[in-house]
Design a binder for this molecule. Sequence first.
Ligand code: 5RP
Length: 262
Amino acid sequence: MDWGMKNRMSRIFRSKNGRTVMLAVDHGYFLGPVSKLEEPRKAIEPLIPYADSLMLTRGLLRNCIEAKHDIPVVLRVSGGNSIIGKDLSNEEISVSVRDAVSLNVSAVAFSVYLGAEYEHQTLINLTRLIDNANEFAVPVLAVTAVGKELDKRDARFLSLSCRIAAELGAHIVKTYYCEDFEKVVKSCFVPIVIAGGPKLRNELDALEMAYAAVNCGAKGVDMGRNIWQSKWPVAMISAIRSIVHDNFSVRKAYALFNSLKK
Ligand code: 5RP
């Protein structure tokens, strides 16, 4: 791996354990003012000290995040769809690698939609993005999107999506946790991080999911709603960190969450 690429990867994944707590706040690119991110600056700023990187769009970055922060950025570079549009999978590359580099990013993120109407378009665009990003030594994180069909979150579908993304050259893959998750991790030869998905019933469920994922071999989380839609987002991200970085059990992490929420 090129030095620049290695250096960028090492900004995202902590050297002590190769793991990461990425904070995902890119949802507005197709969801608009999603609940609890209506005022992004207010929601994101207090969480920055607890995140290993921020995943977001260039509009959010340029307008709502102070440039003084020493936090690695994973820039969302796909878009062109919306929650009210005809097909969520109809995404294209929405940011040039040149602009991403001008924002000093540590990686770029792009969604692929397997089994969807625009599968081919998203996969070919992923390879184009990777060709371009490789020239600038910028890692590409492929998001294995499921669109509105959350029932696609099983090991068979996610193994297929993750492996294809890795085979096409993605440097990091982001996917969903599912039953038999170790199968997904085993058959994907690049680091996997998990999304949280829609807000779960309670914080304990989200901690259990993060714990199970890292214990199956995920290199961490790229989590959004289960952190910033919690009533206690700082307590929640701290508890997630304790699992990812300090090997806390779910019980200990939940106790930490409860003590911090006070
Ligand atoms: C949207 C994304 C989000 O970043 C991703 O879903 C992570 O956030 P959450 O934990 O809220 O699911 O990639 O396509």
